[in-house]
Write a new protein. Structure first.
Ligand SMILES: Cc1ncc(COP(=O)(O)O)c(C=O)c1O
Length: 397
């Protein structure tokens, strides 16, 4: 739980937004600062975690967590920056195939990124960004509707950008199925894994995605604005895919010869632009060590137990709120989203009441409360406290 004594006791169910600090993050960051103080520029090679290879050292545990090859992962930048970079490489509109398919409720930054790329290529976002919505009266997108859309107009789609877990509803998609449908229609497919990584184990490589991007400040607990990451499937390594380039993506064997022409480093590392942001990445070192120790399958088992308890207790004690997250375990991670029916002003009052009484969850207008029991640091008592608080808030509001 957050440790600030001045805040009193708090129940923290907001790992879907900003995960809590791994205690070892302080030491990791302090070591990197000390090495800078002690070594100056010599830290590039002489630091405990040499800065020159900092991204390489992170790629292995990250790849383990994602279920892909180490050379398919690079830890760099932030999420939207990485999304723009990947779109610059993978969105190549040509002829009639120039549209991007996204979900209608996409996180705004994803929609903005996609629209700006479409405009960048001289296309019209109103025409060329296709948004798939849930069926009338439904909250969740059915994978068969995605397949049907691609069946109907797949030859116009250049790229499908899809979330691993939807940020508002908490719906987790069958990513292998999404990739099959996209690629079967001749499109490329990229995933935004902001709400998936560290939340649900999935073999990313088995999905056959062309690329993926994520942040590490949610379930990965690497701190506000922490370093993000990209996955690039190895089948794109040889193809000399067009990309926006910078010196850190150059083949490290000759990078410091300051060559006139660019030769990409092998793998996803060849998509880097700048040298590593060491202090933004340091907490991730501590966090990934924790994930390795805890084990993703064990974390998932606890997460399933927590979300099942959450769903059942809320159904019993707060039937007035409606769970919009899928009920099937395979189709959700830690986050449950609850719609508070009736007057939205009252719904907001319910949320404010919960917050004021020491439970940290969050709110999405007009009436959704999102709460996630993150298995690394939440227990059943947190879920119990939340539901009890919600029940009292509903009575009080
Ligand atoms: C699904 C999704 N995409 C994009 C973003 C934007 O992330 P950033 O500000 O790190 O670029 C977020 C942030 O929460 C997100 O949840």
């Amino acid at each position: 739980m957050p440790r600030g004594a001045q805040y009193g006791r708090r129940t923290y169910l907001c790992g879907h937004s900003l995960g809590l600090m791994p205690l070892a993050a302080r030491e990791t960051l302090a070591e990197d600062l000390e090495d800078w103080e002690r070594l100056g520029v010599l830290g590039h090679e002489g630091a405990r975690r040499p800065w020159i290879g900092y991204h390489d050292a992170l790629a292995m545990p990250m790849a383990d967590l994602l279920g892909c090859r180490t050379d398919e992962v690079v830890v760099m930048n932030s999420l939207t920056v990485n999304l723009q970079l990947m779109l610059a490489s993978f969105y190549r509109p040509a002829g009639a195939r120039r549209r991007i398919l996204i979900e209608a409720g996409a996180f705004p930054s994803d929609r903005y990124a996609v629209k700006s790329q479409v405009q960048w290529h001289g296309c019209d976002p109103r025409e060329d960004v296709l948004e798939l919505a849930p069926r009338a009266g439904e909250e969740l997108i059915r994978e068969e509707d995605l397949e049907a859309t691609l069946g109907r107009c797949g030859e116009q789609i250049a790229l499908v950008l899809w979330p691993g877990v939807q940020y508002l509803t908490g719906q987790a998609f069958d990513l292998a199925r999404v990739a099959r449908a996209a690629q079967g229609a001749g499109a490329l497919v990229g995933f935004d894994l902001a709400h998936s990584v560290g939340n649900m184990p999935f073999p990313l490589r088995d999905t056959a995605a062309d690329f993926a991007v994520w942040c590490s400040y949610k379930y990965l607990n690497a701190g506000p604005g922490a370093i993000g990451g990209c996955f690039v499937h190895s089948r794109h390594f040889e193809a000399a895919r067009p990309r926006l380039i910078g010196w850190w993506g150059h083949d490290p064997a000759t990078r410091f010869d300051m060559p006139h022409d660019f030769r990409a480093a092998a793998g996803a590392a060849g998509f880097q632009l700048s040298n590593q942001s060491v202090f933004a990445a340091a907490p991730l070192v501590a966090s990934l060590a924790l994930f390795r120790e805890a084990g993703t399958q064990r974390l998932r088992a606890k997460s399933v137990a927590l979300s099942t308890f959450f769903e059942q207790l809320s159904a019993q004690r707060t039937p007035e709120v409606r769970l919009i997250t899928p009920r099937e375990q395979a189709a959700r991670g830690a986050q449950l989203s609850l719609r508070v029916s009736g007057d939205p002003v009252r719904a907001r009052r319910v949320f404010e009441w919960i917050r004021a009484h020491g439970v940290v969850c969050d709110w999405r207008a007009p009436n959704v409360i999102r709460a996630a029991a993150a298995p690394l640091y939440n227990g059943f008592v947190d879920v119990f406290d939340f539901v009890e608080c919600l029940e009292t808030a509903l009575r009080a509001a």
